[in-house]
Design a protein around this ligand. Structure first.
Ligand code: G16
Length: 543
């Protein structure tokens, strides 16, 4: 029973990205790699005496080993208690809910989210604060700085306790509580949604297909949808969390969830389709032969929130990330509430939620959430849609088409160019950034440019400033093209090009999206010379 101090050397590149540190599993498997990062975090955090930490992950390859190591290091740090999900499993929103429920000082979430898993896949780690939300930049920057000169870490010499069954264990002076990963989260959902109405919907024959993509959302979706809400067995498919996600890419978009798309476009399609990602914080929603864009999803939830018991009082405001379409802004204007535009990354919503300025948040990257936790929440979004369908008696498609009729359609697409050599991607961004000041007032590809800048955000609550958050080019009619490098990839760089155009004319709402955006796609190429820099003549993924 001793705390060991182990000598170590700093690793390059332990800088957290958009959402924690994400690297190949093989990188995390290097001796001391995980330990260095965890110790850097612990060195930045205050003394842990008397404090509780929540710990769990999406069950991907390396999750178990990492949980064991972190428990032994948490004991060395001096935590009084660690609450860990059974089998080391917690979805990201459930971890957020647990932190809040137990008034924990924070939590460590092990996930690379929507990135592929398995021995050759990705792994990740991030820290959430006592409000349940991702640590802000001032903390992640401090952790990175510490990781650069770390020379020792502390760890208990005791084996970590088993986490296969709920129970209580002692590790040094620390209590390890292994909990059911679903219970606290399920209780929160019961408080928010009209479960009776959703039960009646399923009783009436409404059919849902929920694809958990062999990831951590499965146990949650099964317990609630099939176990409690009366959806027939088989509603949840790919419901068993697998270490390699069964080889699937657990990213719920029309490209990676192609099997779900095929079912929803088949002759005997169910009424609604849904999917969640690796750590169950993302969601995709589909109607019968109808794909709902994430930006529209946020706008529909906001427009009808009063139909849902947890939001009957109305919304204080909405927040969306900058590249997310302006559909939510239009709804907010109609509701007479503010809509905030933040940088990409859920961590930027935390202050607005804590201050009560917003109730709902969303991102184009298939993320939607609310003040109930401080993470986006995949199953919550699906339950919200089910509640809306049940309460309104309208189909998914009708709800979206009504949004378009009332506010016009924000036609939207994101083009990703993946695995570009980093130096080339940075060169592209450098050249484009340098060209921005000369663009306003010019016409390119026949389109009049009115604004071009590098998005910067001043947090209205604490005044912190985040710069370099995406290059925006805005046209006279409000259309825009946004360029960013992803902060979540692990191979080279991923260029994201976000395209948006407002279409007021209902007769043109069904023009295929890529066709409707063709002038903007040409403008993006003209401005950024994507082909020249990347050598790619089309995007790897268009969503
Ligand atoms: C994370 C963040 C999101 C962000 C997304 C994409 O999601 O939490 O806020 O929108 O990455 O980020 P990027 O464009 O930098 O790759 P997740 O689901 O991966 O945790």
């Amino acid at each position: 029973m001793a705390i060991l101090t182990v000598a170590t050397q700093a690793f390059e590149g332990q800088r957290p990205g958009t959402s924690g540190l994400r690297k190949k599993v093989t990188v995390f498997q290097q001796p001391h790699y995980l330990e260095n990062f965890v110790q850097s975090l612990f060195d930045v955090l205050p003394d842990a005496a008397g404090l509780t930490l929540v710990l769990g992950g999406d069950g991907r390859y390396h999750n178990r080993a990492a949980v064991g190591t972190i428990l032994r290091m948490a004991a060395a740090k001096g935590y009084a208690r660690v609450i860990v999900g059974c089998r080391g499993i917690l979805s990201t929103p459930a971890a957020s809910a647990l932190i809040r429920h137990h008034a924990a000082s924070g939590g460590i979430i092990l996930s690379a989210s929507h990135n592929p898993g398995g021995p050759d896949g990705d792994f990740g780690i991030k820290y959430n604060l006592g409000n349940g939300g991702p640590a802000p930049e001032r903390i992640t920057d401090a952790v990175y700085a510490r990781s650069r000169d770390i020379d020792r870490y502390c760890i208990s010499d005791q084996p970590s306790p088993p986490v296969d069954q709920p129970g209580r264990f002692q590790l040094e002076q620390m209590t390890v509580e292994v909990c059911d990963p679903v219970a606290v989260y399920a209780d929160l959902m019961r408080q928010l949604f009209d479960f009776d109405a959703i039960r009646a919907l399923f009783r009436s024959g409404f059919r849902l297909r929920f694809d958990a993509m062999n990831a951590v959302g499965g146990p949650y979706a099964r317990a609630l949808l099939e176990g409690e809400l009366g959806a027939p067995a088989g509603t949840v498919v790919n419901g068993e969390p697998l270490e390699d996600f069964g080889g699937l890419h657990p990213d719920p978009n029309p490209v990676n969830a192609e099997d779900l798309i095929a079912h929803l476009f088949a002759d005997d399609a169910p009424d609604m389709g849904a999917a969640s990602d690796g750590d169950a914080d993302r969601n995709m929603v589909l109607g019968r032969a109808f794909v709902v864009s994430p930006s529209d999803s946020l706008a529909v939830l906001a427009a009808h929130a009063r139909l849902v018991p947890g939001y009957r009082q109305g919304l204080s405001g909405i927040a969306r990330s900058m590249p997310t379409s302006g559909a939510a802004d239009r709804v907010a204007r109609a509701l007479g509430i503010p809509c905030y535009e933040t940088p990409t990354g859920w961590k930027y919503f935390g202050n607005l939620l804590d201050a009560g300025r917003v109730t709902l948040c969303g991102e184009e990257s298939y993320g939607t959430g609310s003040v109930h936790v401080r993470e986006k929440d995949g199953l919550w979004a699906v339950l919200f849609w089910l509640n809306l369908v049940a309460a309104s008696g309208k189909t998914v498609e009708t709800l979206v088409r009504e949004l378009w009729r009332e506010h016009g359609r924000c036609v939207y697409s994101r083009h990703d160019y993946e695995a570009i050599p980093s130096a080339r991607a940075e060169q592209l961004m450098r050249e484009l950034r340098a060209a921005l000041p000369g663009l306003p007032g010019t016409t390119r590809c026949g389109l009049a440019i009115t604004l071009a800048d590098d998005f910067a955000y001043t947090d209205p609550v604490d005044g912190s400033v985040s710069t370099g958050q995406g290059l925006r080019v805005v046209l006279a009619d409000g259309s825009r093209v946004v360029f960013r490098l992803s902060g979540t990839g692990t191979e080279g760089a991923t260029l994201r090009v976000y395209l948006e155009r407002h279409e007021a004319d209902p007769a043109r709402h069904d023009v295929p999206v890529q066709q409707a955006l063709a002038p903007l796609i040409a403008l993006a190429e003209d401005l950024a010379r994507i082909r020249h820099h990347t050598g790619m003549d089309h995007a790897s993924v268009c969503t």
